[in-house]
Write a protein that binds this ligand. Structure first.
Ligand SMILES: NC(=O)c1ccc[n+]([C@@H]2O[C@H](COP(=O)([O-])OP(=O)(O)OC[C@H]3O[C@@H](n4cnc5c(N)ncnc54)[C@H](OP(=O)(O)O)[C@@H]3O)[C@@H](O)[C@H]2O)c1
Length: 254
């Protein structure tokens, strides 16, 4: 018996990192999981890892409303509604205030804010009673890290969406919550810090610094975030609404 037997889930950005680990965990808990992301090759690898019987890929961009429509058309075609949405896809860049361009603003907010909004709005007609929506925010929203202002602002917006939407959807029996991971070892982090150049390179040094920012002295594993999402996705969290769950190794807590 899994926590999510016979449930249907959507994980955006499900091809890599936290999204991939969460898609695998939700499938392990019994859910049938739709994953989306722009790179078909990453989605195909995820399907191979998780198993084609448990996960369905629908390639697309969350900032493109037509792509979101195709994703939800696939969910609708399965005919069982939708029980879990993990709005996880996001993009990040390190740009100090004086260098931010209009394009930077448009890109980060298109994907992280607009993309999250329409991922959830377009799911609404499919959501079953008792559905759970989980938004991926970040500790960056709270901690003022240099050059991370645009990303942090976008994640602050995501966190606040969880409050409003929890309020708006509670009457339908739909719960909305956010999670705020601290530093987690994913391809996204490696790319943010200039790619994989070995532990001596930029990404290696950044990982060391990020590990040192946590009270536990290490980065998180994607599976540790997936465990929190699985809890919020299931009825075990039935009294949790509009919350923001930190999974940050104590980074912003102690
Ligand atoms: N890792 C951390 O330390 C950390 C900390 C706090 C919060 N987070 C959040 O966790 C989430 C996952 O990040 P991650 O660290 O796991 O990084 P990741 O491995 O880069 O995962 C991000 C995923 O999102 C997808 N994606 C990006 N832009 C997209 C778009 N426009 N449309 C659809 N999919 C898109 C990417 O696939 P494609 O490129 O193929 O589209 C990728 O699979 C993000 O919301 C991130 O902000 C991460």
């Amino acid at each position: 018996m899994g926590k999510l037997d016979n449930k249907t889930a959507v994980v955006t950005g499900g091809g890599t990192g936290i999204g991939l680990a969460t898609a695998a965990r939700l499938a392990d808990e019994g859910a049938h999981v739709f994953i989306t992301g722009r790179r078909k090759a990453e989605l195909d690898k995820a399907v191979e890892a998780i198993g084609a019987a448990r996960v369905a890929p629908v390639a697309g961009d969350v900032s493109d409303l037509a792509d979101l429509d195709r994703l939800y058309d696939a969910v609708r075609a399965r005919g069982r509604g939708l029980d879990v949405v993990f709005a996880n896809a996001a993009t990040a860049s390190l740009v100090p205030l004086e260098q931010i361009t209009e394009e930077d603003v448009a890109h980060i907010f298109d994907v992280n804010v607009r993309g999250t909004l329409f991922t959830v709005q377009k799911a609404l007609p499919l959501l079953n009673d008792g559905a759970s929506v989980i938004l991926n925010a970040s500790t960056a929203a709270d901690n003022g890290a240099e050059a991370f202002g645009l990303y942090a602002a976008s994640k602050a917006a995501v966190r606040t969406f969880a409050r409003t939407w929890a309020n708006e959807l509670k009457g339908r029996g739909v719960r909305v919550n956010a999670i705020s991971p601290g530093p987690v070892n994913t391809p996204g982090i490696t790319n943010l810090f200039g790619g994989e150049e070995g532990e001596e390179g930029a990404a290696g040094a950044a990982r060391e610094k990020l590990a040192g920012d946590t009270a536990l002295g290490r980065m998180g594993r994607p599976e540790e975030i997936a465990a929190v999402v699985a809890f919020l996705a299931s009825d075990e969290s039935s009294f949790v609404l509009g919350a923001n769950f930190y999974a940050d190794g104590g980074e912003n807590q102690i």
